[in-house]
Design a protein around this ligand. Structure first.
Ligand code: HEC
Ligand code: HEC
Length: 338
């Protein structure tokens, strides 16, 4: 009798623990790290190659999205660190940014080592939804959380254009995320099942917001702590990058006086096209080599959008000796003045 009462109490305790752990998981990391990323089944859709799509795709891949900047080794001996000539799209290992385990794969049409055998929808799902050709959740350094908003026609254009670039043979290893990243990022992929429309062409700010999202400006211009963007510091700069020529932090591009509040259209276009702010040269980590191909109208729209983001006072200068900054928790020129 007494024994069965203790058994009942034990069962209740175990059940209560299971419910608590379940709630704990639900409200903290969620179930995705355990059951795997959300993904949809592939379809056999095909994107018809048209001259308009080829041209738009080139503009996006080589310019706005700068896909080749991440998916190719850079030639640091040249201004703007362009892709190594003849290797465009053949992939890149991110050892230079302390991530030797991260591999941007070969996305050229090479059948054996690239994307030549991946279907259009395999590419579409990887680009917008973060699921690789092998069904794996991709590390969100590949900006798919932004690309989720990519208009259907832009997605089709990018894939049509990628099919047209010269195949390059380059066998690379697969990304191997260290623990616990592999589990934590399972929350990032999201299926896209409804149509995605292009932004309203009548509003400069809406167009600019879309382009800035496609160009992932915020990924580099928002400082991070433990891989997460610091709240309240959107576009305020302070993320550290290693370049062969030495470290550099992203600068403040909010409309504050310590950011780009003093810019006009011409200053902005010159910065993004030539990599120069007046006489001050910008380092090539800022992908001006790619963004420089955008039309004046598109660049002006991005600037119009940036004028609408919250101004953040965050003083910085990459030519000064780095000192600790309490705002972005990074060392940079003028850091101690913040
Ligand atoms: C900021 C750098 C960056 C940019 C910009 C970028 N990628 Fe990626 N991409 C990556 C990395 C890194 C991976 C690998 C992620 C992983 O293995 O977990 C990747 C993965 C991919 C994959 C998945 C391949 C597979 O295994 O199935 C495709 C396809 C792809 N990118 C295409 C693109 C296209 C198209 C663009 C431009 C619209 C683009 N990427 C822009 C870094 C980038
Ligand atoms: C791959 C990372 C990266 C991305 C993506 C990126 N930037 Fe930058 N950007 C930087 C870095 C690093 C600097 C600082 C360069 C320096 O000081 O030499 C910079 C500097 C700038 C500057 C100069 C500001 C100043 O006066 O110091 C502007 C303007 C700018 N970026 C705008 C943008 C816009 C707009 C986008 C998106 C369209 C963008 N950046 C995307 C890394 C990036």
């Amino acid at each position: 009798m007494a024994r069965s009462r203790w058994t009942k109490i034990l069962i209740v305790i175990v059940l209560a623990l299971i419910v608590l752990i379940g709630l704990g998981i639900t409200f903290t990391i969620g179930w995705r790290p355990i059951i795997g990323a959300k993904k949809r089944a592939l379809t056999d859709r095909k994107f018809e190659a048209t001259p308009a799509r080829l041209a738009r795709g080139k503009y996006l891949v080589d310019g706005v999205n700068g896909c080749l900047g991440c998916h190719t080794d850079a030639d640091w001996s040249k201004p703007g660190a362009p892709p190594v000539a003849g290797r465009e799209g053949s992939g890149h290992i991110w050892a230079d940014q302390d991530m030797p385990w991260l591999v941007a794969p070969n996305i050229t049409p090479d059948k054996e080592t690239g994307a030549g055998n991946w279907t259009d929808d395999t590419l579409a799902r990887a680009i917008r939804e973060g699921i690789g050709h092998d069904g794996r959740a991709l590390f969100p350094f590949m900006p798919y959380p932004h690309y989720r908003d990519m208009a259907d026609e832009d997605l089709a254009s990018i894939i049509v254009y990628l099919r047209s670039i010269p195949p390059v043979r380059n066998q690379l290893p697969t990304t191997k995320m260290p623990f616990p990243l592999k589990f934590l990022i399972q929350n990032a992929p999201q299926p896209v099942t409804a149509a995605v429309a292009a932004p309203s062409q009548s509003s400069d700010v809406a167009r600019g917001a879309y382009l800035a999202s496609m160009a992932a400006c915020t990924d580099c211009h928002t400082p991070q702590e433990k891989g997460q963007p610091l709240p309240g510091m959107e576009f305020a700069g302070g993320l550290l990058f290693h370049e062969p020529k030495g470290d550099v932090v992203s600068t403040n591009i909010t409309p504050s006086a310590s950011g780009i509040g003093y810019y006009n259209d011409a200053t902005f276009i010159q910065a993004l096209r030539m990599g120069k702010v007046g006489a001050r040269p910008l380092r090539a980590t800022m992908p001006w080599y790619y963004f420089g191909r955008m039309t004046d109208d598109d660049l002006k729209s991005i600037f119009a959008f940036l004028k609408t983001v919250k101004p953040v006072k965050h003083q910085m200068d990459n030519f000064e000796r780095p000192t600790y900054c309490r705002l972005c928790k990074q060392k940079h020129g003028f850091g101690a003045t913040n």
